[in-house]
Ligand binder design. Structure first.
Ligand SMILES: Nc1ncnc2c1ncn2[C@@H]1O[C@H](COP(=O)(O)OP(=O)(O)OP(=O)(O)O)[C@@H](O)[C@H]1O
Ligand SMILES: Nc1ncnc2c1ncn2[C@@H]1O[C@H](COP(=O)(O)OP(=O)(O)OP(=O)(O)O)[C@@H](O)[C@H]1O
Ligand SMILES: [Mg+2]
Ligand SMILES: [Mg+2]
Lengths: 253, 253
């Protein structure tokens, strides 16, 4: 059964896109067939894999609107075995449309149904909000991966997010479970990072992945070359962390 | 005339809240009467100034709904001269309500009209999206301050944001002008930061503030004490940068 993972946190800039790209890539490097669905109108996951300027009909927008299928729009990436459904800015327009239809929360789930046999893993990169696009991802997914930056503001929003996940499980998607909470951009030298990490591990215990992703400038450089870290600098600390994460994700299957 | 500044960028985690809090605080420390309006359902600007758990009726939500006024809900902060209109999570619910009314884009402008005589500056902290809350801020404001992180993804969204600002000026608010673009979290040692900063200065030239805010852990620590940087560590590089920014903002009046 295809594992469908929503990568989400309404707090901005916590490493959702970086995690979605590099986790999917590390799994593909290990021979797993993976798909990355870019559900953010900013289209950072698309740009980070070198795919720019997708036409609405050839993007997640077209898939959500029911005009086209995953099979027709998924494109290959720099990593054999990793495909991408690119986003475009028009996706922001989909929000107004989905809010006004009856089962607007199910658009992505319906669009993905029966389309995923070729993939063992699907990752959905979400925008920084708890709006209709993120709800669509939580309805279509069976698992949720929550990146958390080891900083004060990032901790604030966690309770709101976990509440939203619980609501979606109750009302829309009973299969939804938390795959894990990932501490990102960890600078172990700072007191605030150590305090927040300890807080997260205390409150969320078993959910928190053993691996934490260190702050590593190579992860910030890679997307400007359209490459995941495994193809940009496979020996760096950032790459090691995402390979370790891939192993933990597989073991939590 | 009260200067109303929307602090916005749909890219997440670029320093919108940190800039809104500390710029408003530095102006207030210099004797300017300032108001900070928290328009983000995450309510980070509120928590960062030590204000938590505001009731919907005593928050930006109540003001947008027309149930109450700025004068009735604005609370003092750790800095004399700086007031805050706190946010609450219910603000996310306002989005669905505002989208469906005719002049939903003007709710904040109407709510602020005639309420601001006591203030020389009003700053509006926006969520990481280009949705109805951010449009409300752009309609209510006369100026836009755009924080940009010196990283690749942050550059991507700038064109989309400038387009949105131009659209709002054309259709909803002819007075809207760009106050400036602020480079944030600058780690001058990294190549990507130097490249992105050079790019931003080349494309946006006169808009870019002379001052850039360095990456400085004290800025990340201060909100966990409910204090702006001027009250947490007035001697640090982060504080110096925001005092310099305050001077530049005043000179661009
Ligand atoms: N471990 C890391 N070390 C250094 N930089 C990182 C790391 N992870 C992410 N970054 C950088 O930090 C910034 C924010 O990361 P990213 O864009 O992945 O977050 P996001 O949660 O997807 O943001 P948004 O909320 O806008 O969607 C990016 O510029 C990215 O390159
Ligand atoms: N100059 C800086 N140096 C170090 N840390 C910073 C700096 N500016 C902001 N931060 C930290 O970086 C994180 C992101 O900043 P902030 O929350 O202000 O961004 P934002 O754009 O408001 O995010 P969102 O998109 O979620 O609203 C926070 O944890 C903040 O404390
Ligand atoms: Mg992202
Ligand atoms: Mg913010």
């Amino acid at each position: 059964m295809t594992r469908i993972v929503a990568v989400t946190n309404q707090k901005g800039g916590v490493g959702k896109t970086t995690t979605a790209i590099n986790l999917a890539a590390c799994l593909a490097e290990a021979g797993v067939r993976a798909l990355l669905v870019d559900l953010d109108p900013q289209a950072n996951a698309s740009a980070g894999l070198g795919v720019r300027g997708a036409e609405p009909a050839q993007s997640t927008y077209g898939v959500l609107a029911g005009d086209t299928s995953v099979g027709a729009v998924a494109v290959p990436t720099a990593v054999p075995g990793l495909d991408l459904v690119p986003a475009c800015a028009d996706l922001a327009g989909a929000v107004a449309e989905l809010v006004n239809v009856d089962d607007g929360d199910f658009a992505l789930a319906q669009a993905l149904a029966g389309q995923l046999d070729r993939y063992q893993f699907v990752f959905i990169d979400c925008p920084p909000s708890l709006g209709v696009l993120t709800v669509n991802a939580l309805v279509a997914a069976r698992e949720v991966l929550i990146p958390v930056q080891a900083e004060y503001f990032a901790l604030e929003g966690l309770a709101q997010l976990l509440e939203t996940v619980a609501l979606v499980r109750q009302r829309l998607n009973p299969d939804l479970r938390i795959l894990g909470v990932l501490v990102t951009m960890l600078d172990g030298r700072t007191r605030i990072a150590r305090e927040v990490t300890a807080d997260v591990r205390e409150h969320l215990a078993a959910h928190v992945f053993d691996v934490a992703v260190p702050r590593n400038v190579r992860l910030a450089e890679a997307p400007s070359y359209g490459l995941p870290i495994s193809r940009y600098d496979a020996g760096c600390a950032g790459s090691d962390a995402y390979f370790d994460l891939a192993k933990e994700v597989v073991s939590r299957g």
